[in-house]
Design a protein around this ligand. Structure first.
Ligand SMILES: Nc1nc2c(ncn2[C@@H]2O[C@H](COP(=O)(O)OP(=O)(O)O)[C@@H](O)[C@H]2O)c(=O)[nH]1
Ligand SMILES: [Mg+2]
Length: 259
């Protein structure tokens, strides 16, 4: 039986923007999204950490001053990209949560398409795919392209799904769902975890084609060796029960139980 939750409308979106060394690309991301679908955007959760550069912090502060009712700048508490996302999950108040990056590798002009599909299927996950028709890679290393292909094929077989891209961190998820799940990963492998755990719960997922283009602003913060963590969470989750995936709640359903 699929996990039941009561998101029956896309009312507003909380946009997650993690920042390390981005400046102009962060500004462009916010501007494009506001121009295309500003009415639906409830908030931008800009998450900064100790390693975020002074120039990026300044860019975030400028955006906050320009759009004080929309932009929130958050000091991250949990470590790495997965930790930054989990911090934002806890604070999000829109009906839906949009995971993306601020380096333009998650092109902001595609956000409107995610929202259109999210309105049609408010209780589904809408996820970006670089592997379906209309999507693609530009400036991705040949080696990573090959590994990514093998990884996607292997895990789509294991999870028995037609999904073509389970690791791209460009994804619209009902906020109620992200707050119900017990998350584990803190690095980039978290991007994969946010798809496979809902899949195991029976949540439906649809794909939006996206052309991925290598960033010009700043550099990647995903050490190659961390790619192995994707296998760990992918294999573990395959054997999880629904109770292992969901957070435990008290009988009134208002408080989390401590592990
Ligand atoms: N706040 C925060 N942002 C991060 C962290 N790691 C990565 N990011 C941001 O998350 C986005 C995706 O990370 P990136 O390093 O480009 O990963 P890649 O595209 O998979 O190589 C970028 O906008 C980064 O600036 C982190 O530990 N904390
Ligand atoms: Mg990137």
């Amino acid at each position: 039986m699929a996990f039941e939750f009561s998101t029956d409308r896309l009312e507003s979106v909380s946009v997650f923007l993690p920042v390390m060394d981005e400046t102009d690309s962060l500004t462009k991301t916010v501007e494009v999204i506001l121009a295309d679908c500003g009415d639906t955007i409830h908030e931008f959760l800009v998450v900064v950490c100790k390693k975020t550069t002074p120039a990026s912090r300044e860019t975030a502060a400028t955006l906050r001053a320009r759009y004080p009712e929309k932009v929130k700048v958050i000091e991250q508490q949990r470590p790495f990209l997965g930790g930054a996302t989990q911090d934002a999950f806890a604070l999000a108040t829109g009906s839906h949560f949009l995971m993306m990056a601020s380096d333009l590798e998650t092109p902001p002009d595609r956000v409107k398409e995610f929202i259109t599909q999210g309105r049609q299927h408010p209780d589904w996950i809408i996820t970006g795919s670089r592997w379906i028709k209309g999507g693609g890679f530009e400036g991705y290393s040949k080696f990573k392209y090959f590994l990514n292909f093998i990884f996607q094929k292997s895990f789509s077989l294991m999870y028995w799904t037609r999904l073509s891209d389970m690791t791209y961190g460009f994804r619209l998820i009902p906020t109620q769902l992200v707050k119900s799940i017990r998350w584990e990963e803190v690095r980039h492998s978290f991007l994969f975890e946010t798809l496979i755990k809902p899949l195991k719960l029976g949540v439906k997922v649809s794909e939006v084609p996206v052309r991925w283009k290598a960033r010009k602003d700043g550099v990647s913060n995903n050490p190659f060796m961390c790619n192995f963590e994707y296998f760990r969470i992918g294999l573990k989750t395959l054997f999880y029960s629904r109770d292992r995936i969901l957070k435990a709640t008290d009988p009134a359903g208002t408080q989390e139980r401590k592990p």
